[in-house]
Design a protein around this ligand. Structure first.
Ligand code: SF4
Ligand code: SF4
Length: 189
């Protein structure tokens, strides 16, 4: 029948319109910012630097290897390596970033920095309200602002963070015998 498709489409619209007064699931409009949807586990927006313990400086996982800086397609990461070293999560002395900046006006949220980091040190955040009133320097996010705890990482990406913790624990357990054998010379030496 001519027009049947239009009528059935209108019937669906009408059913959802009336149903939205009784069933919340049919109401797809979110009254942002008063209302906010829970973002899915895999939602990502902008990178942050993970630190362990409750010390953002001492617990920072980043060792300033600069791989992410080299691989970032729009080149929006800027790192200056420290001259001294600090212990990492396995107590191994490592360099750390003296400066670690990301230009949020250039970052395209591609996650390549996360993929290439061999130290699980950079992850994607879910924060999306990043507008600034000033241009230039205000759009440059520094190490202090980028550093967020592993506890925060667990809150925003619980499954992924648990997997990362398990991988780091397994890597630490694998290296432990080698470190202990170096520290304890054999009886023959
Ligand atoms: S998410 Fe992509 S564009 Fe943004 S800092 Fe990482 S590599 Fe660069
Ligand atoms: S975030 Fe990862 S890849 Fe980038 S400098 Fe730090 S350790 Fe290297």
């Amino acid at each position: 029948m001519i027009g049947f498709g239009v009528l059935s489409g209108m019937a669906v619209t009408l059913r959802n319109f009336i149903g939205s007064y009784f069933e919340k699931d049919r109401l797809t409009t979110v009254q942002y910012p008063e209302e906010r949807e829970t973002l899915p586990e895999n939602y990502r927006n902008f990178p942050f630097l993970v630190y362990d313990t409750d010390d953002a400086e001492a617990g920072l996982r980043c060792v300033a290897c600069k791989i992410c800086e080299k691989e970032c397609p729009p080149q929006c990461i800027y790192i200056v390596k420290s001259e001294d070293k600090k212990p990492d999560y396995m107590a191994k002395p490592q360099f750390y970033p003296r400066i670690f900046d990301i230009d949020i006006s250039v970052c395209m949220s591609c996650q390549i920095c996360v993929e290439v980091c061999p130290f699980e040190a950079i992850k994607m955040d879910k924060v999306f309200e990043l507008s600034r009133r000033q241009r230039f320097d205000a759009l440059l996010m520094g190490k202090d602002e980028l550093a967020k705890s592993n506890t925060y990482y667990h809150q925003i990406h619980p499954l992924e963070a648990a997997e990362v913790d398990a991988n780091l624990a397994a890597a630490a357990a694998k290296k432990k015998p080698a470190v202990e054998s170096k520290a304890t010379p054999s009886a023959n030496t």
